[in-house]
Design a protein around this ligand. Structure first.
Ligand code: AMP
Ligand code: MG
Length: 408
């Protein structure tokens, strides 16, 4: 039930998705530099992992058919196999080898008995019933077989991925080049930190939130500062930004008068649409291209700029970076506070997700929800996502939340 003159969030996302192309250009880098980068090649396992069949326990390697069905069996201990020092020889019936976790299983052996379950008497090991032939053995190739795909292109590399690559002997990987994003703020009232504030002027905060959100994505940044509300200055800033960046992001200039003025300037430089999207906060968004460069114009209000960035711009940047589609996790939890809302737009209210003494999750409002109130955004650790048709929430009702930790 979206307001008819507004574009639904899903429609905006799908229009952007079909307009965005992944950037081209890869580089080979060492593993220690690859965390968070986008993998640009398919990794196939060049070896079996584990490379050798080995023991999962400290104990004794035996032949399964030697194990007794009643009473106990006495085996000759003929040697030791420890990690990195395999036993050099073949086990015959009636024999056993002392073995450590991770050590190669000797030839002939197929089963390991935990050391606590073996009675050792000089060179003899006594073993009772209750063991299964084949137990406590890790088979060669059981984690990965030679030639099996390990990682696919488009993956954002994690610490575990880097460990897997190292375990296969890869010292370098091919990744997508970094995405380059230029950004600036527009507004005659904005001053940079360190400058004195005249009556009615404020410090520019959006460049700091943008800088931080882009940094977390591993993007190369070009901070172009504050641009005055002058036709020539804005035009020049766009041309400069488009010449050096894959994407340009601006904030401000979204109110009715200013938007007309910016859209006029942009119409001459490229293809730009101004959308009113059915979300709160953050209704206005400009989207288009200037030359081969993508452009997003965010609303100026600090919380609107952040919400619009996370919900709309970030998925597009990930797509440009060549990363596979991943939908951030959402949870359904009871809300402990009333939430005010009118039907018509999807709202991203700011919430605090917490765990009570019994381990149950609940969420509460982080406070005043004005689109200019950064303190309640700062206090929050999640978005409370209220669907367009919702007419508010009573304490105790279930709501959907999107933890901020899911957004990076
Ligand atoms: P605008 O979209 O330019 O109409 O701005 C909407 C509101 O956001 C106004 O109150 C602006 O002063 C404020 N605003 C715009 N840009 C910024 C910025 N970079 N940092 C902080 N506040 C801003
Ligand atoms: Mg403005």
């Amino acid at each position: 039930m979206t307001h008819p003159s507004l574009l639904s969030l899903d429609e905006a996302l799908s229009r952007i998705k079909s307009a965005v192309q992944p950037i081209t250009g890869n580089e080979r880098i060492v593993l220690n530099a690859a965390l968070g980068r986008t993998l640009a090649e398919e990794i196939l396992s060049p070896v079996d992992v584990p490379a050798h069949t080995n023991s999962a326990m400290d104990g004794y390697a035996v032949i399964g058919s030697d194990l007794p069905t009643e009473g106990r069996v006495s085996l000759n201990v003929i040697g030791t196999s420890s990690a990195g020092h395999p036993f050099d020889g073949k086990l015959q019936p009636g024999q056993t080898v002392r073995i450590m976790t991770g050590a190669m299983l000797p030839q002939g052996a197929d089963t390991v008995i935990m050391q606590e379950q073996v009675e050792r008497d000089g060179e003899i090991a006594h073993i009772g019933t209750g063991h299964k032939p084949g137990q406590h053995v890790r088979h060669a190739g059981e984690d990965l077989a030679t030639g099996q795909p390990v990682l696919k292109p488009g993956r954002k590399l994690t610490p575990a991925d880097l460990g897997s690559l190292a375990s296969l002997g890869f010292g370098e990987v091919s990744v997508k080049r970094r995405l380059r994003v230029a950004f600036f703020s527009t507004g005659d009232e904005l001053r940079s930190i360190g400058e004195p504030l005249a009556e009615g002027e404020i410090y520019d905060s959006n460049r700091y939130t943008l800088h931080a959100m882009l940094t977390r994505l591993g993007i190369e940044l070009v901070d172009m500062g504050v641009i005055r509300d002058r036709r020539e200055a804005i035009k020049q800033a766009f041309l400069d930004a488009a010449a050096i960046a894959d994407t340009v992001i601006t904030s401000g200039g979204a109110s009715v008068g200013e938007a007309d003025y910016i859209s006029e300037t942009l119409a001459k430089l490229g293809q730009v649409d101004f959308w009113k999207i059915a979300i709160k906060p953050g209704k206005p968004l400009a989207f288009g291209t200037v030359g081969g460069t993508l452009f997003f114009g965010l609303p100026g209000n600090p919380v609107s700029a952040m919400v619009t960035f996370y919900q709309i711009v970030q998925p597009a940047l990930l797509q440009q970076m060549g990363q596979n589609d991943t939908t951030p996790l959402r949870l359904r939890v009871p809300c402990t506070t009333d939430l005010k809302k009118r039907p018509g737009r999807t709202e991203f209210q700011r919430g605090m997700l917490q765990q009570d003494q019994n381990g149950n999750l609940t969420v509460s409002s982080s406070g005043a929800q004005g689109s200019h109130i950064l303190s309640s955004m700062s206090r929050a650790n999640c978005f409370i996502v209220l669907p367009a048709e919702s007419a508010g929430v009573r304490a105790g009702e279930q709501v959907e939340v999107q933890p901020f930790s899911e957004l990076i």
